[in-house]
Design a binder for this molecule. Structure first.
Ligand code: G
Ligand code: G
Ligand code: MN
Ligand code: NA
Length: 256
């Protein structure tokens, strides 16, 4: 496939960009941060979604380079917001990280450099790792996550509920929060089983003193019910789609 050779050049040519999806607190619906989501603005094909090119990056050993581009761009944006409003912004920034990126020998220096170069507070950066990534029995990933957390990054488990992490494994991972997968959140008002799963994940997370995030919130009723369940944060089309940076700029300015 031609995309794979294009991708190496695309990193150098800056054809990638980040969109930012707002994350709100419940029940008060205040803006608390953004999740950075990568897009590829391909010279011939236009905007390509990550589901198309992330697997190609993985298969071709480009995930670390691409991930490094994402971390640097996201941290730089956080710094730009800080400069724009003239103060550290009271927002967090979630960055999706692939397991290959974390297992790479240069993982720590690369992440440290991105944060140091931007001068943002490391405690505002949340690294999202999918639950599936934790399913293997390798010791390396938990070790890496522990070390990253000791450096000050926050760690969130993404797509929670879709993987196979046992409760004992979850307990061994040094994490700060769970992002409940959209597949349980979207149908929760009309499917009692999905509602029960969401309620149970919230209870589990609370018992482990974790922050709870609901993804894929598309309607008022769901947001209200999540608030009643004491889910802490929500994200979804009801509030905002992933936004181009200038739209996110507007939200940051409105905060101050
Ligand atoms: O934005 P969208 O819904 O199309 O994202 C699809 C998937 O791509 C999501 O599951 C998300 O985790 C993944 N993704 C988006 N941006 C990044 C990124 O910067 N790095 C990695 N590793 N995955 C990403
Ligand atoms: O990293 P993760 O798999 O969580 O990525 C979230 C993906 O879900 C993004 O690609 C984003 O565009 C998408 N998304 C975010 N909010 C909603 C929503 O309310 N409904 C749907 N269908 N997709 C959403
Ligand atoms: Mn995510
Ligand atoms: Na997710």
């Amino acid at each position: 496939l031609k995309l794979q050779s294009d991708m190496r050049r695309a990193i150098e040519r800056d054809e990638f960009l980040l969109y930012y999806q707002p994350i709100l607190s419940l029940p008060d619906r205040r803006l608390t941060g953004f999740e950075a989501l990568i897009r590829w603005n391909h010279a011939q094909r236009g905007l390509i979604p990550p589901a198309t090119f992330i697997p190609i990056a993985e298969e071709n050993g480009l995930m670390t380079d691409l991930g490094d581009w994402v971390t640097n761009a996201a941290c730089r944006q956080m710094r730009a917001w800080q400069d724009r409003v003239g103060a550290p912004v009271p927002l967090s920034l979630s960055i999706n990280v692939a397991p290959t990126q974390l297992i790479h020998p240069e993982a720590f220096p690369l992440l440290d450099r991105a944060v140091a170069a931007s001068g943002v507070d490391i405690g505002r950066i949340k690294l999202e790792v999918t639950e599936t990534a934790l399913a293997g029995d390798a010791e390396l990933l938990p070790q890496r996550l522990r070390a990253l957390r000791e450096r000050g990054f926050r760690i969130l488990i993404d797509d929670f509920g879709t993987g196979y992490s046992s409760l004992s494994r979850l307990h061994r991972f040094p994490i700060d929060g769970l992002k409940i997968d959209q597949s349980f959140v979207k149908p929760m008002l009309y499917d009692p089983d999905s509602a029960a799963i969401v309620r149970t994940i919230v209870a589990l997370g609370k018992a482990l003193e974790l922050d709870l995030f609901a993804e894929g919130v598309e309607d008022e009723g769901t947001a209200a019910e999540l608030g009643r369940m004491q889910c802490d944060f929500a994200q979804g089309y009801l509030f905002a789609r992933p936004l181009p940076v200038d739209a996110a700029d507007g939200l940051v300015e409105d905060l101050m």
